[in-house]
Design a protein around this ligand. Structure first.
Ligand code: EPU
Length: 346
């Protein structure tokens, strides 16, 4: 026997309230936490896994439960950070999937490694970051990912996906498509640099740096602090007000559709999104449709960022989803643009 491995424990009928940032009071038929890679064979061979359905959970910050989960929920809890390579200028650092995202970002900055500072304070885990290709303030996590270590649950084999294999796009990756149920992220390898150029062009970052008196020569840690201040001023803390961050993706439309909308709404924020494609600010569309701060019972549209839906206390998943559909319908009627949810709705 090597080590002192604790046998994998699969529990029945478990309350998922602590495991989803919307704070939905739902239950899982089966629940387990994966704390060691050595437990994977037993997990894959277990009856609840084989019978399915199976839901792999990170921080639970990008999903909305509208009902109890009928199968097995596996909370990914693998921990560990290690340096794979250090050439003096750049490092390749691997973080296990269950590491807390912001904790990991803070650790990299404390080591003097730049790259992830704009992604500070995003809720969730390292393992979820490539699935969603998390992004904020002009940076996407794909910019710093070298490869992703996965488990193919069909074969039980580990496999390494290069950045190109991951097919990253705006809030999208291979893990959301063919690999969604099959490929499980075990660890992510990041390439970070000691002297990377900082990205401070987005929105309020420059202003926040100026306010802190560090606009002349900001460090990556300064940028991180600025991002934290901006996020705290706009985005609700899930520990205080249940939410899953942006509830909708910013819609990408044809340049013809964008031009037609801009004639009628010249102040609609928009960004280039590839040849002939324009990304529109969904928060602006919802805000101008008059829904910012709107509430139906305890399900609400956040009053400082209309792209975020919030649970003011006792809203059920079904009520949150009804509100989301109302937002979708209102925006579509008014602007002819269909908003797609960002979180997984179960
Ligand atoms: N806007 C409004 N009213 C609102 C919200 C936004 O008019 O209620 C306008 C803003 O004034 C701005 C534009 O819409 O001109 C864009 O707003 P913001 O910069 O706040 O960013 P966003 O597009 O609403 C995206 C990400 C966020 C990320 C921010 C900052 C998506 C779906 N969301 O939001 O990510 O933090 O940019 O980079 O792409 C998340 O994914 O959970 C998330 C919070």
């Amino acid at each position: 026997m090597k080590g002192q491995a604790v046998a994998l424990e699969i529990r029945r009928d478990v309350d998922l309230t602590p495991y989803n940032t919307f704070g939905m009071r739902v239950r899982a038929a089966y629940f387990t936490e994966l704390c060691a890679k050595d437990d994977l064979p037993a997990l894959l061979a277990s009856e609840p896994f084989r019978r399915g359905p199976v839901l792999w959970l990170g921080g639970g910050s990008n999903l909305l439960f509208t009902q109890d989960y009928p199968g097995l929920v596996i909370r990914m809890a693998l921990q560990g950070v290690r340096i794979l390579e250090d050439d003096g200028e750049t490092v390749c650092v691997e973080a296990a999937a269950g590491e807390n995202w912001h904790g990991f970002v803070s650790h990299t900055l404390s080591q003097g490694w730049a790259g992830l500072e704009n992604l500070s304070l995003i809720p969730g885990t390292v393992g979820a970051s490539p699935i969603q290709n998390i992004g904020a303030y002009g940076v996407e996590v794909q910019d710093c990912i070298e490869s992703v270590l996965c488990m193919d649950t069909a074969s039980g084999r580990e496999t390494v996906l290069s950045r190109a294999d991951c097919h990253f796009d705006y809030r999208d990756s291979v893990f959301k498509h063919e690999g969604r149920d099959r490929l499980v992220v075990l660890a992510v390898r990041f390439r970070l640099a000691r002297h990377a150029p900082l990205r401070i062009g987005y929105g309020d970052i420059r202003a926040a740096l100026a306010e802190a008196g560090v606009e002349a020569q900001p460090s990556a840690a300064d940028v991180s602090r600025a991002v934290i201040r901006i996020r705290q001023s706009k985005l609700p803390d899930p520990a205080v007000l249940g939410n899953a961050g942006s509830f909708f993706k910013n819609p990408v439309v044809s340049s013809e559709q964008a031009e037609a909308l801009l004639v009628r709404h010249p102040d609609l924020p928009h960004y280039p999104a590839g040849p002939g494609r324009i990304k529109l600010a969904a928060g602006w569309l919802i805000d101008r449709a008059g829904l910012k701060g709107y509430r139906e019972g305890d399900a609400g549209v956040h009053d400082r960022q209309a792209l975020v839906l919030v649970n003011h206390g006792q809203a059920s998943g079904k009520e949150m989803w009804q509100l989301a559909q109302k937002v979708q319908a209102t925006v579509e009627t008014r602007y002819g643009v269909r908003l797609e949810p960002e979180p997984i709705v179960l």
